[in-house]
Write a protein that binds this ligand. Structure first.
Ligand code: SF4
Length: 521
């Protein structure tokens, strides 16, 4: 058996630690099931000085040290890998997660300390890598779904690892390895009264991926959206597609997991981190969420406030929950059941109210559905949490006006996020050249800049510069149509004479076809 250390990188330094890393906890459970000895250093929870890693790495004779996360953790991971290799040179350094899958060859070039990386879904790949390490065999060329190096340090990507077929074969995450009290202390959030008063919230995951194709979104192989193909240089590289292997846990799996969390850790709130609950429900022909709600109630998890039809207060027992929804796919009867079972709020990625922006986005919604969704959700008793974006490629004064007018009509105030091309998304590949231009051809500098999601990084708007987008963000937040009109009077005639700020291009790493990656039989 191998002795393994997982390091959970610091994410969103400007905020407190709120989320036990579901993926790491799941891989830790898989490794333990295979008989390996597992420890976790949760740097994100503890927020200790970076060089604490040295002590942790020298605390035992680790066979493997594992690190991973989304692109927003890149800064920390890069610095951590240097310290890990210096302080534990004999341990194999394994990386995984979105930051690596989206751009494996670049990451291997920028972080030379990584020995091997799991690409896409790691549930089968990771234990195979550990088995090799256990057998003192560090030639990974026969393991599917990895990136590894030859003796010169050159990176090689093996063929794709099929997605597992049945998610219910996965063990529950190893939550006990994490400092839960730190996370429980940060349970509260402002989205609903029940979530604000939560004292013991934990995240759960019911599904992988989403059937839709929003151009800013990425699934990184977890939803059958990834292939591995030879590029022009004859090297294997990742290719992202519109292909899908839709998979979700059974209602029984989810409910028994939440029941366990309630009994063992006394949780009062379960936050679904699924990409989109409603798209999974549609894939199940509208049966999944209904069954989940029914079984949630039968298992005694329904909060007493919902059971008795009384206001929520500190005496409420049971487990409230939240998730993500979709303006065009939610159904009033399902929302009603979700409310009864304890759902408090649903995040709606409305993004915009402009017909052109929405038509090009791939979200499968329109301005009318976006407007109606707020009232439909509110009517069920669940609070809708709308998400708004500005800076779309086709953003114009008219599209911003459409969004502000809808916000005024609906009585919503929202500070919009900036459209950002995260690696793995369609936007990233279409605008990569423009992004490089904006960062003086230094792609790594762009990746390092993505740590703070509220910041403006590379713009992908064809018309607006960063300066204009910063102003427009404030104008949308204030819903100030007078300022928008004034800005248009000043800028529109100038913009007519200028060439577009940004131009899209095709890329090897993106195939806009419904070709799915393999699914295990
Ligand atoms: S609906 Fe949400 S999860 Fe699905 S592709 Fe769009 S942004 Fe991604």
């Amino acid at each position: 058996m191998a002795k393994i250390l997982f390091i959970n990188p610091v994410v969103r330094e400007e905020d407190v630690p709120r989320h036990i890393p579901y993926g790491i906890a799941l891989l830790a459970a898989i490794a333990m099931k295979e008989g390996h000895l597992v420890q976790v250093y949760d740097a994100n929870a503890h927020r200790l000085p970076l060089d604490t890693i040295i002590e942790v790495c020298q605390a035992d004779d680790w066979d493997a040290i594992c690190i991973g996360g989304l692109t927003t953790t890149y800064n920390y991971i890069k610095k951590a890998c240097k310290l890990i290799k210096e302080s534990a040179p004999n341990a194999q350094l394994i990386a995984g997660g979105g930051f690596l899958t989206s751009m494996p060859h670049e990451i291997f070039e920028w972080i030379p300390e990584i020995d091997v990386g799991c690409i896409g879904e790691s549930f089968v790949t990771f234990p195979e890598v550990l088995k090799k390490i256990d057998n003192k065999d560090v030639n990974y060329s026969d393991v599917l779904g990895v990136i590894h190096r030859d003796l010169t340090g050159k990176s090689f990507l093996t063929n794709i690892r099929p997605n597992i077929k049945d998610l219910d074969t996965l063990p529950w995450p190893a939550w006990h390895l994490f400092p839960l009290d730190i996370y429980f202390a940060n349970s509260s959030n402002l989205f609903s009264e029940e979530s604000f008063t939560s004292k013991r919230r934990m995240d759960i995951n019911g599904s992988f991926g989403c059937g839709l194709t929003c151009k800013y979104c990425w699934h990184l192989g977890t939803t059958g959206d990834m292939l591995v193909e030879e590029n022009d240089n004859g090297e294997n590289d990742v290719v992202f597609t519109y292909g899908r292997n839709i998979r979700y846990h059974s209602a029984d799996y989810i409910v028994s997991m939440v029941k366990h969390l309630h009994n063992e850790y006394d949780i009062d709130f379960a936050a679904f981190i699924d990409e989109n609950l409603m798209t999974m429900d549609v894939a199940s022909k509208g049966t999944w969420l209904k069954e989940l709600c029914k079984k949630w109630i039968e298992a005694g998890l329904q909060p007493t406030c919902r059971q008795q039809g009384i206001p929520h207060d500190e005496n409420c027992k049971g487990v409230h929950w939240n998730g993500t929804s979709h303006a065009g796919l939610h159904r009033p009867e399902t929302l009603k059941l979700m409310y009864e079972a304890g759902c408090t709020h649903l995040v709606y990625g409305l993004e915009s109210f402009d017909p052109t922006v929405l038509r090009n986005l791939g979200k499968g919604s329109n301005a009318r559905k976006n407007k109606q969704s707020i009232a439909t959700c509110l009517a069920s008793g669940i609070k809708p949490i709308p998400n708004i974006i500005i800076g779309f490629p086709e953003e114009s004064f008219e599209s911003v006006r459409n969004t502000i007018e809808a916000l005024v009509e609906l009585g919503i105030t929202a500070k919009p996020h900036f459209a950002t091309a995260y690696p793995g998304s369609e936007w990233y590949y279409a605008y990569k050249d423009s992004i490089m231009e904006q960062y003086n051809q230094d792609l790594e500098a762009y990746i390092m800049d993505l740590g703070d999601a509220s910041k403006i990084t590379a713009t992908i708007s064809h018309e607006f510069s960063p300066m204009q987008l910063l102003g427009l963000q404030q104008i949308v937040y204030l819903k100030d149509l007078r300022l928008l009109d004034l800005s248009e009077q000043h800028w529109a005639p100038v913009q007519e004479k200028l060439t577009p700020v940004i131009q899209p291009k095709m890329s090897f790493n993106l195939k806009t076809v419904k070709e799915a990656g393999p699914l295990a039989s």
